[in-house]
Write a protein that binds this ligand. Structure first.
Ligand SMILES: Nc1ncnc2c1ncn2[C@@H]1O[C@H](COP(=O)(O)OP(=O)(O)OP(=O)(O)O)[C@@H](O)[C@H]1O
Ligand SMILES: [Mg+2]
Length: 280
C-alpha cells in the first residue's frame, strides 16, 4: 500500500490542490485511490463534487481506528478506469485534534485505520491532505506514510522555512527510529514558481542545506509553476490534467507537469499516460 502525505509546516502553499490533482491523476492511471482529508478545515472534502455522501468521515475513522464503507464518500468525476474515493473531514471545531491528543496511541490511530483489511482490499494508494501547522493529526499522518511530499514555494523565505520547519518536524520523530519505525524522506516539490523566481537557485539552496537536513529531505526535479489553470480547475471542480492538457507555446501544460511529477515519484509509470489524456 502506497500512503502519501502532503505536508508543509507553512499554510496556503498548495497542499490541497496537489493532493486533489495527484489523487485524480493516479486514479486515471488506473489506481484505486483513497483521499483522506486530515485537515480540520475541510478543503479537500469540497474540492471535487461527491456522488455518494457517507454518514461518517475522519472522526469515526480516528475514534474507531477503522475505515469501513460508512466512512467512504465517492468523488464524482469522469475516470477511465480507476477509483477515487474520500474520507471527509468532519470536525471543523478542532475537537478531533483534542480527542487524538488524549489518546495513548495517538500516533498510530491513522496508521491502524489505513492498514485495516477494508483499505488493502479496496485501494492501492492513499493520499492524505494535512493541515499547515503542527498537530496530532499531522503527526499521525506522517507515521502512517510511505511517502512524504511537501510543496515549497520557491522564494528565499519559504525555502528557509522549509529547511528549519522540516528539521524541527523530523526531530520530533527521531525517537521512533529507536523503535524501528522509519520516517520517509520528505520530497520537496518546488511549487507555484512564478516567472520572476529562479527555482534552480532555491532548489540548490535546499540541496545545500542537505547537511542540516542530513538525509531527511530531498528536492524533486519537477517544478510546478504558478498558473491560472490550477485555480480554474479548482473552480470547475475537475482535475487540472483534464482542464489543461494541450500545450500552447513553449511551456508545458499542467497535464504534462503532473505526468512529470508522477514519473519522478513512481518511475515504473514512466512513459504511460493517464487514461483519456493525449498530449499530441
Ligand atoms: N500551481 C498553482 N498555480 C497557481 N495557483 C495555485 C497553484 N496551486 C494552488 N494554487 C492556489 O493557491 C491557493 C492555496 O492552495 P491550497 O488551498 O491548495 O493550499 P494549502 O497548502 O492546502 O492551504 P492550507 O494550508 O490553508 O490548507 C489556492 O487558491 C489555489 O487555487
Ligand atoms: Mg489545504
Amino acid at each position: 500500500m502506497i500512503v502519501i502525505s502532503v505536508i508543509s509546516t507553512k499554510g496556503g502553499v498548495g497542499k490541497t490542490t496537489l493532493s486533489a490533482n495527484l489523487g485524480s491523476i493516479l486514479a486515471d492511471f488506473g489506481y484505486r485511490v483513497l483521499l483522506i482529508d486530515a485537515d480540520i478545515q475541510p478543503s479537500l472534502s469540497k474540492y471535487f463534487p461527491l456522488v455518494k455522501l457517507a454518514k461518517n468521515g475522519l472522526t469515526n475513522m480516528i475514534e474507531t481506528g477503522i475505515i469501513d464503507d460508512d466512512c467512504i464518500s465517492r468523488v464524482d468525476i469522469k475516470l477511465v478506469s480507476g477509483v477515487l474515493d474520500i474520507v471527509r473531514s468532519d470536525s471543523p471545531d478542532g475537537s478531533l485534534n483534542n480527542f487524538l491528543i488524549s489518546q495513548v496511541d495517538r500516533g498510530f490511530r491513522m496508521s491502524k485505520a489505513i492498514n485495516c483489511p477494508y483499505v488493502s482490499d479496496n485501494y492501492d494508494v492513499v493520499i492524505i491532505d494535512t493541515q499547515g501547522s503542527v498537530g496530532a493529526l499531522l503527526d499521525a499522518a506522517i507515521l502512517a506514510s510511505t511517502h512524504l511530499l511537501s510543496p515549497v514555494v520557491p522564494e528565499t523565505i519559504s525555502a528557509r522555512e522549509f529547511v528549519t520547519g522540516t528539521i524541527d518536524l523530523m526531530k520530533r520523530f527521531e525517537m521512533f527510529s529507536t523503535m524501528g519505525i522509519k520516517i520517509p524522506v520528505v520530497k520537496a516539490v518546488l511549487y507555484r514558481q512564478d516567472r520572476t523566481t529562479d527555482a534552480k537557485t532555491i532548489g540548490n539552496y535546499i540541496r545545500n542545506a542537505y547537511f542540516e537536513l542530513s538525509g531527511r529531505a530531498e528536492v524533486l526535479n519537477t517544478v510546478v509553476p504558478q498558473r491560472k489553470a490550477y485555480t480554474e480547475a479548482a473552480t470547475r471542480q475537475i482535475p487540472v490534467h483534464h482542464h489543461d492538457n494541450v500545450r500552447t507555446g513553449q511551456s508545458a501544460c499542467a497535464s504534462e507537469v503532473m505526468h512529470e511529477l508522477i514519473y519522478e515519484l513512481f518511475p515504473n509509470l514512466t512513459g504511460l499516460t493517464a487514461g483519456g489524456v493525449n498530449h499530441e
